[in-house]
Design a protein around this ligand. Structure first.
Ligand SMILES: Nc1ncnc2c1ncn2[C@@H]1O[C@H](COP(=O)(O)OP(=O)(O)OP(=O)(O)O)[C@@H](O)[C@H]1O
Ligand SMILES: [Mg+2]
Length: 313
């Protein structure tokens, strides 16, 4: 359903309030149906219109801020003097003014891992490894991940992919068999579950605890690079969407120096833009990667090898 006709959106045509609401809603990224005059607007036209409205909104916001500052200064200087009556009138005007909400700045996420060198031939060797909780979930596993190799693991839900990764990062112990990482390997792990030590901590607190040397400004910049909205950086992590929580988790991982990534379905909650940024970062990454994913589109462009553990059963 179309909520707003953008094709005829001009100052003279459209009432100012609606214009404000329209530009505000679009700028906030809310979903609105947009049609051209014949009802068949193109997406590229929509993006252009959206950008135009966004720029206009920002201009209006700053113009209003300037006016507020000037008026406040006038009031400060004159409230006790001969022009007190005028100053009081201006104060009333200010109070009644409908304030334009501050724009929230969103940028396209840009990601890159803090990468350590990996010069070994074999980064991981898995030998007759049995994984599971009460019983072994799979037949013994045997595979090698070469230095710089990008291996993707697939298989149906519940087969044991996460259990395998948790075993490799030693969160749980192996049933039998062995696995050995090269000495040079430094793992960067992205867990599938979204769990936090304290759901009340904010993304800034979480990052500060992990990286105490980073200042708040730097943390905000890093979170923004991962696509976390600035308004979310000071909200309790437990109240944020799965997508925003995943971005915070990614941000933590990106800053941790490593050369072997173990990623368990990192794209599960991500929007298209963030997925693209992560995909680019993984293409650039020179170390080894062990990725569990159900999204062929995400990895088929760069994966060196696929291991479908269903084939082992
Ligand atoms: N802590 C646990 N204790 C006992 N059994 C568990 C535990 N965690 C998972 N399981 C079981 O182990 C099996 C494998 O689970 P796992 O999470 O490794 O599967 P998965 O392949 O990662 O699935 P998905 O694609 O849904 O993420 C499942 O049957 C699951 O119910
Ligand atoms: Mg899993």
């Amino acid at each position: 359903m179309s909520l707003l006709e953008v094709s005829n959106l001009t100052h003279s045509f459209i009432d100012k309030t609606l214009y404000h609401q329209a530009s505000f809603a679009l700028y906030k990224g809310e979903h609105m149906g947009i049609v051209g005059q014949n009802g068949a607007g193109k997406y590229s036209d929509f993006l252009r219109q959206k950008e135009h409205l966004r720029q206009d909104y920002i201009r209006q916001y700053y113009a209003q801020q300037k006016k507020i500052e000037k008026t406040e200064e006038y009031i400060r200087k004159n409230i006790a003097g001969v022009n007190s009556k005028i100053a009081q009138g201006r104060r009333k005007q200010l109070e009644r003014m409908e304030r334009i909400a501050a724009p929230t700045f969103t940028h396209k996420p840009i990601m890159s891992f803090k990468e350590l060198p990996l010069t070994v031939h074999e980064a991981l060797e898995v030998t007759n490894l049995e994984i599971g909780y009460n019983d072994a979930l799979l037949p013994p596993l045997n595979f090698i991940v070469a230095g710089g190799q990008k291996l993707v693991i697939t298989g149906f839900n519940g087969i044991g992919k996460s259990t395998l990764l948790k075993t490799l990062v030693k969160h749980i112990s192996a049933f039998s068999g062995t696995f050995q990482f090269a000495e040079q390997v430094k793992i960067g792990y992205f867990e599938q579950d979204l769990s936090w030590e304290d759901n009340m901590n904010t993304p800034i607190q979480i990052m500060s605890e992990h990286y105490p040397k980073l200042g708040v400004k730097e943390i905000r910049q890093q979170l923004a690079r991962c696509g976390v909205k600035s308004t979310h950086t000071t909200q309790a992590i437990g109240t944020l969407s799965g997508g925003e929580q995943s971005k915070v988790k990614l941000c933590k991982l990106l800053l941790s120096p490593c050369n072997f990534l173990i990623l368990d379905e990192p794209t599960n909650h991500l929007d298209a833009e963030t997925k693209e940024a992560l995909q680019k970062a993984l293409i650039q990454f020179q170390g080894s990667i062990l990725l569990v994913s159900h999204e062929a589109k995400f990895y088929q462009q760069w994966a060196d090898q696929l291991l479908n553990i269903e084939d082992l059963m």
